[in-house]
Design a protein around this ligand. Structure first.
Ligand code: GRF
Length: 234
């Protein structure tokens, strides 16, 4: 599953992180062959074009049957679909086609703080309002409901005194940018799959362990990346 399509509505920082990670790993990990947005002016489309990746905007809409998206994915022979800040519900026909081959990243520890309307700053505001001391990033398979499919990997992030939605978002995004590319590469190379019971099944060692949770903050990016690698790689 090396041919990857990315769906993104926003600025595309997760797309950038995935592209950079795959470029470092070479073609063996996978290649982004298409970026699709439901916003013609999305930053993600600019990120794609600047890197020579095919980019397309779709109109979508209320009674979107998914035909436009399905045709784009088929034309680029996409094998894996990566949602990176895609705000629209993926039409059920496309979900069915890509079951077990479509993933999303959410900026909280699902099943908390997810679902319809829970995106961007709203998620972090809700976390702060709840008084939770830990939040994080979740990578999960996509099913027919928002933020609902089987969890592939999670990484915790502390909520600190004085946090605002912005400071919390930045701390979570840093982890997303390290965790998501590694989880996508694991799926692309067959180290994790959706099993018959509807759960994420890792081959070898299980997904990212939360054991190092509170050691994350002092770590430099490289050290954090190695910690995550150590937990994800068997
Ligand atoms: C990320 O925080 C992700 O968790 C959520 O949407 C945001 C996308 O940001 N699903 P970007 O467009 O990748 O910068």
């Amino acid at each position: 599953m090396r041919r990857i399509a990315v769906l993104a509505s926003g600025r595309g920082s997760n797309l950038e992180a995935l592209h950079a990670y795959l470029a470092r790993g070479g073609a063996r990990l996978g290649e982004i062959v298409l970026v699709v947005s439901d916003h013609a002016e999305a930053g993600a489309l600019g990120v794609a074009r600047a890197r020579g990746i095919a980019a397309a905007a779709i109109t979508g809409g209320r009674d979107d049957d998914g035909a436009e998206l399905a045709a784009l994915l088929a034309a680029r022979r996409a094998e894996l679909v990566v949602l990176a800040g895609y705000l629209r519900l993926v039409p059920p026909t496309v979900v069915r086609t890509y079951r077990g081959r479509m993933v999303n990243v959410h900026p909280a520890l699902l099943p908390s703080f997810g679902g319809r309307g829970m995106y961007g700053a709203r998620v972090h505001r809700a976390v702060l309002a709840s008084g939770a001391r830990v939040t994080g990033a979740t990578v999960h398979f996509v099913d027919e409901q928002y933020d609902h499919g089987a969890t592939i990997a999670q990484w915790p992030v502390p909520v600190l005194a004085g946090d605002t939605p912005e400071t919390l978002a930045a701390r979570v995004q840093r982890v997303e940018h390290l965790l998501y590319p590694r989880a996508v590469a694991a799926l692309a190379t067959g180290r994790v799959m959706l099993d018959a019971q509807g759960h994420a099944l890792w081959t070898g060692q299980a997904a990212a362990s939360p054991a190092a949770a509170f050691a994350l903050e002092p770590l430099e990016d490289d050290a954090l990346a190695r910690t995550i690698d150590g937990a994800l790689v068997s």
